[in-house]
Design a protein around this ligand. Structure first.
Ligand SMILES: Cc1ncc(COP(=O)(O)O)c(C=O)c1O
Length: 313
């Protein structure tokens, strides 16, 4: 393996160029995590004191330990509902350069939206948002941690889903099933600066080619399997809706199902599910998130359906 800090690892470079091409962008940079990719995007698009328009309950706001404020000095404005927003939300939230405002430099789309239960932003909605950002002269970033599942859900390519975006990231270690890593793509000068910031955050990983090989393998061999996760999410939501103990929130768009717990709280429900060998996650006091992924065998999936049907408060 070569040393990626010196730009000498051929597998990392092959992965970066593959993702850039899949997303229809000029260049890309490998990052240790989705959080790092998001934070590099913020640091590169913005200056301290700038503002960013994000979807309500975005990963950047909820789950990145306040990094946008702590590291980049960014103020966020949350818009929309249920993982969705449109161009009008952007126009209403964006602040001008007038002296008293934190000027808005960036809009972020999270596709799929984690907290909203894997909500997909389709190409039409994306194009309305891009129209607004382009008219306002601000950048548009797609947090595409689960963009591969958005592509599987819509039947579009990842590139078609980020048309109009200035930059986009995908995670290799979620639905794609690689051991680690994400990739941030965008214009040449943007990636050059992001690479500097990656080093600043300690994300220059030197012999990380082994990880990039896992990412390339996943892109070559796992994309075609993602549809199964989505079909199973539909089956799981149907099974949950037949119980008196869970109420799925909406119809799942992709591989995530979020359900309200009925008659018990999320922790109690999770304990009962764990006893039956099914692992899920609390999303607040009375919501549970289930994620369907490629490592679930058919037998395990059937056992999961039996578990959600049989656990009781
Ligand atoms: C939408 C979204 N973006 C970014 C991330 C961050 O990825 P990581 O946990 O690899 O830093 C996640 C993680 O779940 C996510 O759901």
């Amino acid at each position: 393996m070569g040393d990626d800090v010196f730009g000498e690892d051929p597998t990392i470079r092959a992965l970066e160029l593959r993702v850039a091409s899949l997303l229809g962008m000029p260049d890309a940079v490998f990052t240790a995590s989705g959080t790092m990719a998001n934070q590099l995007a913020l640091m590169t698009h913005c200056r301290r004191g700038d503002s960013v328009v994000v979807p309500r309950n975005s990963h950047m706001v909820l789950f990145e330990t306040g990094a946008s404020a702590a590291i980049s000095g960014i103020q966020t404005f949350e818009v929309g509902e249920d993982g969705h927003f449109d161009g009008d939300h952007v126009r209403a939230a964006a602040r001008s350069n007038a002296y008293i405002y934190p000027p808005t430099r960036l809009v972020v789309v999270e596709n799929t939206h984690n907290f909203a239960g894997g909500r997909v932003t389709d190409a039409a909605r994306m194009s309305h948002i891009a129209e607004a950002t382009s008219a306002l002269g601000i950048s548009l970033h797609v947090d595409g941690a689960r963009l591969p599942h958005a592509a599987a859900a819509t039947g579009l390519s990842m590139g078609e889903l980020v048309v109009g975006a200035t930059s986009a990231s995908i995670c290799l270690s979620k639905g794609l099933g690689a051991p680690m890593g994400s990739v941030l793509a965008g214009p040449l000068d943007f990636i050059q600066t992001a690479r500097r910031y990656r080093r600043m955050l300690g994300g220059g990983l030197r012999q990380a080619g082994l990880m990039a090989a896992g990412g390339l393998f996943a892109l070559d061999h796992h994309m075609g399997d993602l549809r199964l996760d989505i079909d199973r999410a539909g089956e799981l939501a149907a099974a949950l809706s037949e119980t008196s103990t869970f109420a799925p929130i909406g119809q799942p768009d992709s591989n995530i199902v979020v359900a309200q717990t009925v008659g018990w709280d999320a922790e109690a429900a999770l304990a009962a599910l764990t006893d039956r060998g099914l692992r899920a996650m609390a999303f607040g006091a009375s919501r549970v998130r289930f994620v369907l992924h490629r490592d679930i065998t058919e037998e395990a999936f059937q056992a999961a359906l039996t578990a959600v049907r049989s656990v009781r408060p």
